[in-house]
Design a protein around this ligand. Structure first.
Ligand code: SAH
Length: 200
């Protein structure tokens, strides 16, 4: 089989599994009641919706009409493409792990659920935003699998803006609800990757 086709199939499979996990968790988490403590800005919500549409559109363009994006092809050795496969599998494993521990506390927008608990186990033991780490890894994987700099660059910039706009509000909300517990937790954890900081 043509190797380009193999990487395309892997890209579709990894992206689809990610989306299925997301939709399923969204459904089960939406059953719990919630309250909004810090309102998400309108700009953020609009940007997020447009960005998701943009990603789906460019992905379909890449898969169904590759000619339209060949001008942005990067020549990559097969080892880098396979690295993309491995990074994608890591992203998926982390995503599953995160959802398992976050459980019903998960929400797509900033919300505090009824009976919300502060999760500090599983990946949250070391990192405050492992789900965003999983998204970053998925985007790295998509770049290597597609070998297309336009997709890699625009997807990464979009994701960086989304995370940057979200993270301060999310942490402020958590401090507002969990107070000292979250402040102490912030001191001993990294945002996206574990830190060596120690508080005794
Ligand atoms: N930022 C986290 C979670 C993303 S889901 C991550 O990247 O893993 C967003 C929701 O998760 C937020 O609305 C917030 O209510 C909740 N949340 C974030 N961190 C949490 C934690 N440590 N424990 C419980 N809920 C958390």
């Amino acid at each position: 089989m043509d190797s380009e086709l193999v990487f395309k199939i892997i890209l579709i499979v990894e992206f689809s599994i990610f989306s299925i996990i997301r939709i399923r968790s969204q459904r089960s988490a939406s059953k719990a009641g919630y309250r909004t403590v810090i309102e998400e800005s309108k700009k953020y919500s609009v940007f997020l919706a447009l960005f998701i549409c943009y990603e789906i559109f460019t992905l379909f363009l890449y898969l169904l009409s590759p000619v339209s994006l060949t001008w942005a092809t990067v020549s990559m050795p097969p080892a880098l493409r396979w690295l993309g496969v491995a990074v994608g599998i890591m992203a998926l494993a982390l995503f599953v792990w995160v959802h398992h521990y976050l459980g019903k506390n998960f929400s797509t927008s900033l919300k505090i659920k009824d009976n919300h608990t502060l999760v500090v186990t599983g990946p949250y033991r070391w990192v405050r935003h492992p789900m965003y780490t999983a998204f970053c890894l998925l985007h790295v994987a998509v770049f290597f699998l597609s070998a297309n700099w336009f997709i890699g660059l625009t997807w990464s910039i979009g994701l960086a803006i989304i995370i940057a706009l979200r993270i301060k509000r999310e942490e402020a909300m958590m401090v507002q609800i969990f107070g000292e517990h979250y402040s102490v937790y912030m001191k001993r954890t990294g945002r996206f990757i574990p830190t060596l900081k120690r508080t005794t």
